[in-house]
Design a protein around this ligand. Structure first.
Ligand code: AMP
Ligand code: ZN
Length: 278
């Protein structure tokens, strides 16, 4: 089955969104988010692009320019959120301070900030749903990482669709959830998208890169990856029920008003750390 048909099947089966909804695609400038934007446009969905300028030197400039051109060529509205305007600093400064002060390394800081900005701005811009380019390999990594950390509860939200408007989240959806990374790479290359295939220059020596390397050694087939993710899909709803039974609920952050699991959201805890250093 081709990738476009697989995406359509996932959208229909999991009722991700309809043709009239405003579907925002979070664009990193890489192959996954570019491919899903292209496929959704081709399938006739009402798509818009949303990108955060992380100010990661030349890397960000190239990705921004590529996405600007890509969206313009397909007549897709393109929105950019400037991290420096939003938080006063670029991602490198923020990561350096967090490493020094809280020994937080890897992609955690970047992930929390990206999620906070994407949710806040897609909500403000009137998005019905927010699409990300997460694929089958990302999901296999998540299952394994959470298991190795001894906390499979971290995977409770694992699904092609997570977050609800009631809890302050724009519905986040992953139409590439069941599609292996190499299939997306092949698709992107075959379409000759003018994009950059390099890895993020900041993503080194993280738990995820180690897990990815380990999985590469195992050389799992697409069928085996699907089996892992599908099996975990049987467990995830049980984890969500257990979390609710234990009193878990989404609150409003007392500082920014965005969704939080505690009194203050994780993003505001990060902002507090680096604002003292600004
Ligand atoms: P990553 O965490 O870099 O693997 O990215 C996962 C997904 O998050 C991508 O497929 C995009 O949908 C989204 N994303 C990553 N970086 C950005 C960015 N700078 N702006 C908007 N969305 C992003
Ligand atoms: Zn907050």
């Amino acid at each position: 089955m081709n990738i476009e048909k697989k995406v359509l099947d996932t959208i229909v089966k999991y009722k991700l969104f309809g043709k009239k909804e405003r579907v925002f695609v979070a664009l990193s400038g890489g192959k996954d988010s570019t491919s899903i934007l292209y496929i959704l446009k081709k399938l006739g969905y009402n798509v818009e692009g949303l990108m955060i300028d992380l100010h990661l030197g030349e890397w960000s400039k190239i990705h921004l320019r590529n996405m600007e051109e890509f969206c313009s060529s397909l007549k897709i509205p393109f929105h950019v959120v400037d991290l420096k305007k939003e938080l006063g600093q670029g991602i490198c400064f923020i990561k350096a301070v967090l490493k020094k002060k809280k020994n937080l390394t890897g992609c955690t800081v970047c992930g929390i900030i990206k999620r906070w900005i994407l949710n806040k701005h897609s909500k403000k811009l009137g998005a019905s749903v927010l699409v990300t380019g997460h694929n089958l390999d990302d999901e296999v990594q998540n299952v394994l990482m959470n298991f190795l950390k001894g906390n499979i509860m971290l995977g409770a939200n694992s699904a092609p669709s997570t977050g609800t408007k009631q809890s302050g989240f724009v519905q986040r959806v992953k139409p590439l959830f069941f599609i292996p990374e190499d299939e997306i790479r092949k698709y992107s290359l075959s379409k000759k998208f003018k994009i950059n295939y390099d890895k993020c220059p900041c993503a080194f020596e993280t738990y995820r890169t180690d897990t990815r390397a380990w999985l590469k050694v195992l050389d799992l087939s697409a069928k085996q990856k699907l089996k892992i993710v599908n099996n975990f899909q049987k467990v995830a709803p049980k984890l969500r029920s257990r979390r609710v039974a234990e009193g878990f609920e989404i609150k409003k952050c007392s500082v920014c008003g965005e969704p939080a699991t505690g009194i203050v959201c994780n993003a505001c805890k990060i902002f507090e750390s680096f604002r003292d250093d600004s």
